[in-house]
Write a new protein. Structure first.
Length: 219
């Protein structure tokens, strides 16, 4: 777990105020201040939120003293906590880098929304959909589902098309900004692999554009 000094150093590395960290971690600015001045000793749940916030900013903690920016790595997450971290990462990345003039492209293929609701939980999914809709002006969201699927819970902020059933797979791909994610929904688990590689992410989006125009069918 990070020390107080590492938390301060990590904030400095990404130029975050205590309020910025609080917003990214879902905590209060007062709580962050008390942690950093030693008034409060954070529990494991609070530290996990802080670590996840910095992880989404590509910062990792090294030993008991170091921090550094991560580059070009692949990280794997599992289950509901991992899936919800992934949703948070998509949203935070979009609002951090997107503008109305240049929206962040968020392209999803082979999507079965029932899987998403199952692993996020209905409350989290509704919260995610609401925030995505609120900031839809800074993102270009396109989703490919299976032909015949009429479940479009993201339609307020996303455009849908479908693949014919014979080329559809439930192994989902998700590209956003400099990240390419692979989602593997299993019987009792979900595995999310996130690759932070701009060239691979853009390469996938190029293929997605071709599929969107040449193979996908309007819903």
């Amino acid at each position: 777990m990070p020390t107080i000094e590492q938390i301060r150093a990590a904030r400095a590395l990404v130029d975050w105020s205590q309020g910025d960290l609080a917003d990214h971690a879902g905590l209060s600015q007062t709580g962050i201040a008390r942690i950093e001045n030693g008034t409060n000793k954070p529990n494991s749940g609070t530290l996990t939120k802080i670590i996840s916030a910095f992880d989404s900013a590509d910062v990792e903690f090294i030993g008991e003293t170091g921090v550094k920016k991560k580059t070009g790595e692949v990280k794997t997450y599992f289950g509901t906590p991992g899936f919800n971290f992934f949703l948070d990462d998509v949203y935070r990345t979009a609002v951090k880098y997107g503008t109305p003039q240049k929206p962040v492209e968020i392209f999803l293929s082979n999507v079965v929304h029932e899987n998403w609701k199952k692993w996020a939980g209905l409350k989290k999914w509704e919260e995610h959909a609401k925030r995505m809709d609120k900031d839809k002006d800074v993102m270009d969201v396109r989703i490919i589902v299976k032909e015949g699927d009429t479940n479009f819970p993201a339609k307020s902020y996303a455009e849908y098309r479908c693949f014919p059933e014979n080329i559809f797979s439930e192994k989902s791909f998700y590209s956003y900004h400099d990240r390419l994610a692979f989602l593997n929904f299993k019987e009792g688990d979900v595995e999310i692999m996130i690759m932070r590689q701009p060239e691979f992410a853009e390469g996938y989006r190029n293929l997605f554009r071709i599929a969107w125009e040449k193979l996908a069918i309007n819903t």
